[in-house]
Design a protein around this ligand. Structure first.
Ligand SMILES: [Zn+2]
Length: 54
């Protein structure tokens, strides 16, 4: 078992890279709810306001 670096809960399995939220590992739930949206934000800027590049 490992501990999620975001929510602090123990999880089973390999976990997910929590970057760019932090440098640890996180559970699947935090990956979907926190890490992926944060990555999207950093990749695309503010998703709702700046969706189009041109
Ligand atoms: Zn978590």
């Amino acid at each position: 078992m490992a501990k999620c670096s975001i929510c602090g809960k123990d999880y089973e399995g390999y976990g997910n890279n929590a970057k760019p939220v932090n440098n640890g590992q996180c559970c699947d739930e935090c990956n979907f709810r926190v890490v992926i949206p944060e990555r999207m934000k950093r990749t695309f800027g503010m998703p709702r306001e700046r969706r189009k590049k041109n």
